[in-house]
Design a protein. Sequence first.
Lengths: 160, 617
Amino acid sequence: MSETDVVTGAEARYLLFKVGEEVYGTPLLGVREVVEPQPCKKMPNTVKHFKGLINIRGEIVGVIDLRSRFNQDDKIEGKALIVFDTEAGAVGALVDQVDSVIAIADNVIDRNPNVGSMVPIEYVVGIAKLENLLVSLIDLNKTLGTEELSQLRSTKLSAA
Amino acid sequence: MSDSIDQEILGLLLDEASEAMQEWEQSCLLLEKDPSQSNLDALFRVAHNVKGASRSVGLMDLGSFVHKAEDLINLLKDDPSLVNSERIGVLLDSQSLLNEWIETLREDPSYLPDTSKLEASIMQAIEAIQAGGGSAPALEDEVEVAKESVANSAVDDQSDRFPSVEEIQAQLAAEGEVEKKATDEPLVVVKDEPKVSAPVAKAKKASAKKKEAASRPDKTIRVSAAKLDELMQLIGELSIHQSIVTHSKQRGELETEVCGNAIYLSNKITKDLQNLTLSLRMQPVAGLFQRLERVGRDVAKAQEKDIIFNLEGTEVSLDKTVIERVTDPLIHVIRNAVDHGVEDNDQRANKGKATITIAAHQDAGGVVITVKDDGKGIDPEVIYNKAIQKGLISADADLTKREINGLILLPGFSTREVVTDISGRGVGMDVVKQAVDELGGTIEIDSELGKGTGFRITLPTNLSIIDALVVKIGRSNYAVPMKELVEIIDLTEHKLESSGSEGKMINLREVIVPVENLVEYLPAVLEADDFNKNNLELDSNAGTPALVVQDGAHQLAFEVDHILGQQQIVVRPLSEQLASLPGYSGGTILGNGEPGMIVNLSQMTKSYLKRTKRKGA
């Protein structure tokens, strides 16, 4: 169960961050930490938006580039790395900028937004109508950990 | 709050009780061989302690069942000549029931099994003894009542087998009514979150409520207090050296001798810490072997076979996880040995008792566990024909004796004509092999017709530190477990032959070994500066190393770019997502602090064999 389900009728805190020009929010409770990006160890046979592995205090963490995942120009390197504690283990997400933490009341969130977006639709859990902007709320905690990363470029390595 | 304390106390008690059950079982098995007073005393003490402890946390039903068994033990204790296998059978059945009861209580604190049948057989045994002119029952009862009242007080003087529960209870008892007794066992219980604060009386009162609490108590492990002291001491030392280094850094004196020494010593202490921490998880295989003996005994009794079980090397230690994961497979091996290995009494050639030896010994590669029977042995002919009949091998397959024996480890292989309750549903031995494979061990079968069968299982002593070769493929460094490698060769010293379409091969001491390039399995990932520097072309005169691996009868060489060295690596758990990537068996942090993946060469070998076989067919 994700935290967004628990707080119906109340307000929950979200971490706001930028990918490209767009501002997104993700439930704060799923975020473990925000760290400086470090060079990733690239891995063969993986999808394009999987940047590779990093060592966070002795733990091996996979990094997903959200610029690339959200179909934006991936030539620019992200400036901040958000580490999520998902059910499947820790996952890092590379974003352009971490903005702030805000509380969003549940009644300003539209749970069934009918809008087109650069973001894969399964990511979006709602659109929050704030004073001067609309924020897409994406539950990265839920989705990042279950992403398929493997993409066999080598035909020799079939799963035996 | 009180609920969580109840949970903790209950968890501790259940840990103690599980241990007591092992002792109960051991005493019974010993009694069967030697009905001596000391064995009976030990059994009585165990039963008595379990009774007292379970009542102290409100498990009245458990307590009263143990009480009934205790009555029987008490009668036997007064006259050891009354011990017979039927009565031991009742006590062992009680142990099985209690064991299951205790394990289920961890999940469901309100669990209550049906004890009526066993209680009846216990009563029957007691009545039989009393009718046969045993000691006066009235007196027994009085003694019992007296003892019980002692047991019911918060701490029983006798229960020095439960030092940790007692200690905690003693600390908890704000009333001070309990006299803390020094314990002779230097054991403490290590827990993840020790939080003991409220009086035990309160906890006891609330114990009825805890039945709703569903959270499972933390897993605990017993470690010696001496080892904990040693750990504390090492940590203390380490922090001193660390502060010297920090201080030197602040003053810019990193190059001084003092600082150099501190760094050197920190390295040493860290290594010591690593070894010590790993040794905390090591347990002797005695408990495992005892369980195996018990299972073997039960099966032998059920099939009316006379079998003596020999246990050897029970002091050899294995990692706790390894023991846990190898228990079920070994039970299957034992069942098989009794069911298939040993023939029925009247069919045995010399009519003597059969012997099954369960032994462990330390080896360079890990711990070797052997299970050997002196039964009829495996007939290679029967196995071979059966395998052909089941389509597991082709009719013209040329196999060595050991390979034929290995066939019974294949899925869907069972030679027994009649499917029995014990083993022989056609599932089984392949599961054993799979479990051993997963642990990184090996299994071999040696058998001689008419002389017996031996299973030889090699297990790693622990799972987390392995010897590995660090290799470079493209720009990435990978670790390859040394135990997967047969040898390392230099391809420039061998003549590469082409085998037609795409393959290469070499003649390695008269064996044809195909050569694959590992970079084709793990394509190099180019990074930006690869285009500027010509990194990949450097050191081309250093030879072309290849790693030779073996899968059954097949050998395969994997060409790599460079071998960087050999080091011990600590296997790190991977997130499920990363673990699902093909081609790797784990992750690690390499010497330079970068993450590195552990290459699963055996998976690649299997993938190669599968591919080439399909082409040939």
